[in-house]
Design a protein around this ligand. Sequence first.
Ligand SMILES: [Zn+2]
Length: 313
Amino acid sequence: MKKSLVFFILLALGAAARLAALPPHFKAAVIPEHLLPGEPVSVAIAGAGGVNLRLSLVNAQGRLAKAVFWTLFPRVFVEGNIVQAALLTVPSTVKPGNAALRIENGDAVIKEFAITISDRKFVSEEIALNEWNTELRAVPSSLKTQQANRLWAILSRAGRDVYTVSAFAPPVPADTRRTGFFGDRRVYRYSDGTTDSAIHAGIDYGVPTGTTVRACADGKVALAEYREATGNSVVIEHLPGVYSIYYHMSKLAVKEGTVVQKGRVLGESGATGLATGPHLHWEIRVAGENTDPDICSARPIFDRDALLAKLGG
Ligand SMILES: [Zn+2]
């Protein structure tokens, strides 16, 4: 047998294996198709009930992010099929260019959607830390490790409840002066002259101590405690695997497990934990990934109506 024929047969077998995984009534819709680093992507999938779906963002460099899944609305059907919802975020470190959203059943690819990721410039800055802040950031402690592990365990978990699909509202007035931006490329200069670099995960608002901090959307408080690195901190889950985070507060006004409405007072801003002055740090995570809070405030976090219209059309 000729080499090219062998190759063709193998290719055909591969294609058959891939197609075999496609459920017969499968439909999927994606919003948006042109993305910025840090932007969340919403996907609705019908006709794949009972299938062990996976969704990831991929490009030539490999798998960039994975999605959280939930059953969108138990009473919503498209052509008699249950609709599943998924959300993921384009990491702020992704290179611009062509990418794809890959839907898999186990390890078999069901479908890929081509998307494009635009170029985005981020602020570069250097932050000088005094001895106190240097110790907070650079010297390990078992308490810090324990608190970091607990936070990561929360952020990488997805509950079942959908508290909101609406746009978020900033936790302090939207026109408040900012002292830090999403995706800032930061160099921390320690008191001994050495440095470390990090990417800023949220927005810093330069508010004075005692400013009211409000929940950005309906949700359930997943964490409300004093943390060495971030001071008085609150974490709220709004959708499965979608969290908002508030750091450095002087006072906390909510407890873990409380269901809160958008605008509910969470506490007062301050300068607790690693802070060079009073400010509020506000951050959004989707499936563990840092997500641009401004984009979450500009449009629904999950645009149910637009996705269902796209699925049905
Ligand atoms: Zn910050």
